[in-house]
Design a protein around this ligand. Structure first.
Ligand code: TRP
Length: 461
């Protein structure tokens, strides 16, 4: 029997599998396919990977366990959950909501480019024509007005639709189908990439350690690139995982989940690198192309590859799947707030938030065209283009501070026992409870603080 009352209205996952797929779906997204491979390449290859993996365990798993446990304990989304510890803590939940708005506003824009590319490649399979110059193709698309807005609207509409359907019928069902497909596609594409001539060069670029990046203040840069990637990639620090945790039934082992989700996320990121880097090297292209890697560079790869249109079509479908399982999690974090706190009907909450985010994303969608001259200030005094600024404020500022605040509260104010009790409440064992407490009290917050100070330009490591 389902619990009666409020919980029935809130919904819950159909099974442990449903929860893991939804959470992994939230984690695995553009951050893995687009951010990770190029950051890996640009920050010393294996050196970055090594630091990244350590941070996934020392920070990622620690924070994700805290978030999921607080969610399950309180059965509430971020604002309510934090408020249950005291009124003043609700600000942490609100920060998460604001952060979600900002992230989704730019994330949906980049994700929407994936839809445009999917349609384009799909069309090419039939017309037999190819994009002539992929750089020009991207520029002419994103510097337009109507098309970027249309695709941005489309992805938000799909996101709203799934979230409006609810936890089980919407998010759980969608991610349980898309995530296994995504892994299959990733593996197939990785094998294809490894068979290309010169593939080994790409692997060398990704995995060969280049220690020179650590010199002259480089360590701080690599550290902050890796740590912000951990937060973004695992969707932690702003209450999304907490909200997903709040739909858990009692039978899910929180410790195992907090390991499985980050491991799946890291595997997906490395696989994405294995799809992209060998192809980039095989065709003699620039691997440090940053954000354009996923569209421009890969576009060139597909143009030169036999059956490039089919493979490109699958690749961009993968991008869209990965992105949508993430966009729905962000919108869910916001929708759940209105449902839990204001008693708003789920559909209405999803639609209204979706429209607000669409509007907030308009400047981003137009930032390569009409608004290409606009820049906004960062903490270290530099000026950033609109898309980078949205990314910066959410990823580097709010999520980092959000995770820091959570660690301090759980570690020092509410004490680790709060989480340990929740984890072991249904007789699950937590052998590493001591280690976890130590990490969340001393190690995680210090690392997060150091990184924040370095990336804000206050200190140099
Ligand atoms: N983790 C996703 C990615 O790697 C993006 C994402 C989804 C996210 N939900 C989030 C980022 C919540 C921050 C917060 O692409």
């Amino acid at each position: 029997m389902e619990d009666k009352g409020a919980k029935e209205v809130r919904g819950s996952w159909s099974s442990r599998f449903g929860f893991i797929m939804a959470a992994a779906g939230s984690a695995i997204g553009l951050g893995n396919l687009w951010g990770f491979p190029y950051k890996l390449g640009a920050n010393g290859g294996a050196v970055y990977l090594f630091i990244y993996v350590i941070l996934v365990f020392v920070v990622g798993c620690v924070v994700i366990l805290g978030e999921i446990a607080i969610g399950r304990k309180t059965q509430l989304s971020a604002v309510g959950a934090y408020r249950s510890f005291g009124k003043r803590y609700s600000i942490l939940g609100y920060a998460g909501i604001v952060c979600g708005f900002i992230i989704l506003s730019f994330y949906s824009v980049v994700a929407s480019w994936g839809i445009k590319y999917f349609f384009t490649y799909f069309g090419q399979i039939f017309t037999g024509q190819h994009i002539q110059n992929s750089g020009e193709f991207l520029t002419s698309f994103i510097s337009g007005t109507a098309q970027p807005l249309f695709y941005h609207g489309l992805i938000m509409a799909v996101t709203v639709f799934i979230v409006a359907l609810g936890i089980q019928k919407g998010i759980d069902k969608t991610t349980s189908v898309l995530m296994p497909m995504l892994f299959v596609m990733l593996v197939i594409l990785a094998i294809r990439s490894l068979m290309l001539p010169n593939a080994a060069e790409g692997l060398k670029f990704m995995f060969k350690p280049d220690f020179s990046v650590l010199k002259d203040g480089g360590f701080g840069k690599v550290l902050s690139a890796a740590l912000s990637q951990v937060f973004f990639s695992l969707s932690i620090g702003m209450g999304v995982m907490l909200t997903y945790g709040s739909y858990l039934k009692k039978d899910t082992n929180l410790v195992k989940s907090s390991l499985i989700i980050p491991i799946m996320d890291t595997v997906a990121a490395i696989l994405a690198g294995i799809v992209i880097m060998p192809a980039v090297f095989s065709y003699g292209l620039d691997p440090t192309g940053g954000p354009t890697l996923l569209f421009v560079v890969m576009g060139e790869v597909f143009a030169s590859m036999p059956f490039g249109s089919v493979i490109g079509c699958v690749f961009y479908l993968l991008v869209v799947f990965a992105a949508v399982t993430s966009t729905i999690s962000i919108l869910e974090g916001i929708t759940a707030f209105f449902v839990d706190e204001k008693g708003t009907d789920r559909k209405k909450a999803a639609i209204i938030s979706g429209i607000a985010i669409f509007l907030c994303g308009i400047p981003v969608a137009l930032s390569f065209g009409l608004l290409s001259d606009v820049t906004l200030p960062a903490l270290n005094g530099s000026q950033l283009p609109i898309l980078d600024w949205y990314d910066y404020v959410s990823e580097y500022v709010i999520m980092t501070l959000g995770a820091l605040a959570m660690c301090i509260l759980v570690g020092w104010v509410w004490k680790p026992k709060v989480v340990i009790d929740e984890v072991t409440r249904y007789n699950d064992s937590f052998k590493l409870a001591g280690v976890w407490s130590f990490l969340i009290k001393y190690i995680t917050p210090v690392l997060v603080l150091l990184t924040f100070l370095t990336s804000a330009g206050f200190i140099k490591l």
